[in-house]
Ligand binder design. Structure first.
Ligand code: AMP
Length: 417
């Protein structure tokens, strides 16, 4: 049965908490952005305040074996600073029995990188390139078997389990999902997870109408499932960025040298057809600011989106398109944004993405619910200083994308089951 941090009695209990401390480190192993550590603090502090102790676990990077580059020891100092208590460190997440047992209320222990063990992800490692299917199958079976022991060991350290790692909620890994089984009556989400789940529900289950989704980014292929799921839910679907050109070409437009995926054109037409049948307004940009080449300082010119000459590639939404989108955004009560509407990394082609961020801030101030989720749009609102002017900024790129696709995330299901 699912529990809740606020009502759970942590007195004298040891909580094993899966967090996402996968922070960027520079070549001196210094943290360059500690957002993920800070976002986990409300949950971790709450457990300590309520008389519990902490066993904190995370992955860092993608090590395929024990590799000091990916050691969580690099971040112990910062975690201690943020938490306000000295955090102990277990150099091997499978050999922390004594340290965990010795923890007193108010104390915290950080386990070494879970991904030093193949069992965390449950995928075989070190297979020869020419391994036969039989060998691959056997290796997979073996790691799945040893994964049970791995998970059981982690669970043995604690009395209750908290998952606060939204960034890995779409993975059915040992620490993100499988471990929950050992805590049938003592498992719960951390505050960050609760916030993310509520944000997803606010748009996918309880959206106030009109509901508008703005989907941008480079490729239709990476967001096809998102578009297909949303087309059945929204009132307006704004499609911007590179992916828009596949929709234009599919309808017979001339897109010059703009990014596009020919093999996705049938899917684009299918989405347009479905939107029409359902009365959903799909809004592509009407014109684009195009460049001669893919660089910030290239010559640029605005063209009708259906008539881009060869030798030019569309790289940002035009002012006229942004006016249309602004009207749609400001008349919506729920807005979901995923993906930039232009090559926002180039300042000369960032106007559209910046304008969307501004429009979302204005809509939020007017009372709309606005969720920004998934990789680059999060980077864009943060860089542009709008992160605290929208209702919610998701911490999980891939996880948010899968949630918007309508998938059940294993990390969420494991707690709610
Ligand atoms: P995604 O990871 O699919 O959300 O895509 C984000 C990337 O799409 C960013 O790096 C943008 O620069 C890129 N992008 C957006 N619009 C365009 C465009 N018109 N042409 C090429 N790349 C684009």
């Amino acid at each position: 049965m699912q529990q809740f941090i606020d009502s759970y009695d942590f007195t004298g209990k040891k909580a094993i908490v899966r967090v996402d401390f996968n922070v960027p480190l520079n070549e001196n192993f210094e943290i360059t952005d500690d957002t993920r550590i800070r976002r986990a603090m409300p949950t971790l502090k709450k457990v300590l305040e309520k008389g519990g102790s902490l066993i904190i676990m995370s992955h860092l990077g993608r090590p395929k074996k024990v590799d000091p580059k990916f050691s969580l020891k690099h971040i112990v100092g910062r975690v201690s600073e943020c938490l306000g208590v000295p955090v102990q460190f277990a150099e091997d997440c499978m050999k922390a029995d004594e340290q965990a047992a010795a923890l007193k209320p108010g104390e915290a222990l950080l386990l070494e990188n879970l991904r030093y063990y193949a069992e965390e992800e449950g995928k075989p490692r070190g297979l020869a390139e020419d391994a036969t299917d039989e060998e691959k199958k056997a290796a997979k079976k073996a790691v799945k078997e040893s994964q049970k022991e791995f998970v059981k060991k982690l669970a043995s350290y604690a009395d209750c389990y908290i998952n606060d790692a939204f960034g890995t909620a779409h993975r059915a890994h040992g620490s993100t999902a499988l471990i929950a089984e050992y805590f049938p009556n003592d498992k719960m989400f951390g505050y960050l997870m609760e916030g993310e789940i509520k944000a997803i529900d606010n748009v996918l289950k309880n959206a106030q109408r009109p509901f508008t989704a703005i989907i941008g980014g480079s490729k239709v292929s990476s967001k096809l499932a998102v578009l297909k799921n949303l087309v059945g839910k929204v009132d307006n679907l704004i499609i911007g960025g590179g992916m828009g050109f596949t929709f234009v070409k599919a309808q017979g437009g001339k897109i010059g040298d703009s990014l596009h995926e020919d093999d996705l054109m049938p899917d684009a037409l299918e989405i347009l057809k479905e939107a029409k049948a359902k009365g959903v307004n799909i809004s592509l940009s009407v014109a684009t600011k195009a460049g001669r080449e893919f660089s910030n300082d290239t010559e640029s010119k605005v063209f009708d989106i259906f008539n881009i000459p060869d030798g030019w590639e569309g790289m940002d939404a035009s002012p006229e398109s942004l006016e249309i989108w602004k009207k749609i955004i400001l008349s919506s009560k729920t807005i979901l944004w995923n993906g930039p509407v232009g090559v926002f990394e180039f300042p000369n082609f960032a106007t559209g993405t910046l304008q969307i961020a501004e429009d979302l801030a204005e809509a939020t101030a007017n009372g709309a619910y606005t969720l920004v989720g998934g990789g680059d749009s999060v980077a864009a609102v943060t860089q542009m200083g709008y992160a605290d002017k929208v209702s919610y900024v998701s911490t999980g790129g891939g996880a948010m994308l899968e949630a918007i696709e309508g998938k059940v995330l294993p990390g969420i299901a494991a707690i709610q089951d």
